[in-house]
Design a protein around this ligand. Structure first.
Ligand SMILES: [Zn+2]
Length: 169
C-alpha cells in the first residue's frame, strides 16, 4: 500500500482498474484490440487490466464461455461486453467474500468458491462435463470443454454476433 498525493505516481503504469468508472466496455475493447495472441494471458497483464489474477481470469472465461486459446483480437463485440461485466462481477464477488475457498482445505482466507479454477476432474456446475486443466501461456488454466469449446474455426469477422450456445449434455 502506498500513500501519495497523486495516485498516478504509483499506479500510472498499470492498466485499467476494473472496478472504476473508467473501465468501460469501450476501454476494454481498445485494450484488447492492441493485443494479439490468446485471450488467457491478456487480462493477467497488469499493463492491460490491473489486479486480475490467474484464478479470476479462469473464472471469468468460464462465466462467459470463452476458450482461453481464443485470439484476444477476435472476440465479438458481444463477448467483450460479457467479458467486461464478468470481470466486474467476479472481482466484486471475490472482494465481498474476501478471497478464495478451494474446498479441499486449500483456503486463502476467503469464501469465494471457484467454479473452475482448481476443480480439474470435478463436474462443471453448468453442464456436468468434467473440468480439465491445461497450460496456456505457461499458466495453469481450468476450463469446461463443453462450455468453452476450442476456438478452431473462429473467423476474424465482426458479424459473429450470435454465437450458438454450447449444447448442454
Ligand atoms: Zn460446462
Amino acid at each position: 500500500m502506498s500513500l501519495c498525493e497523486d495516485p498516478n505516481q504509483v499506479v500510472g503504469h498499470l492498466g485499467l482498474e476494473p472496478l472504476e468508472a473508467s473501465f468501460t466496455p469501450e476501454a476494454l475493447h481498445s485494450a484488447l484490440s492492441r493485443k494479439s495472441g490468446r485471450i488467457k494471458p491478456v487480462p493477467l497483464d497488469q499493463s492491460v487490466i490491473a489486479g486480475l489474477g490467474n484464478i479470476y481470469v479462469d473464472e471469468v472465461l468460464w462465466k462467459i464461455k470463452v476458450n482461453p486459446f481464443t485470439q484476444a483480437d477476435r472476440l465479438a463485440d458481444k463477448e467483450i461486453h460479457h467479458l467486461h461485466r464478468a470481470i466486474q462481477e467476479t472481482l466484486q464477488e471475490a472482494i465481498e467474500k474476501l478471497g478464495c475457498d478451494f474446498g479441499d482445505g486449500v483456503v486463502d482466507g476467503g469464501m469465494y468458491r471457484p467454479r473452475v479454477y482448481g476443480r480439474d476432474g470435478k463436474k462443471c456446475s453448468r453442464c456436468r462435463d468434467t473440468i480439465t486443466r491445461l497450460v496456456v501461456a505457461q499458466r495453469g488454466t481450468h476450463i469446461c470443454p463443453t462450455c468453452q469449446p476450442s476456438p478452431r474455426g473462429r473467423r476474424r469477422s465482426k458479424q459473429r454476433q450470435k454465437r450458438p450456445v454450447a449444447p448442454v449434455k
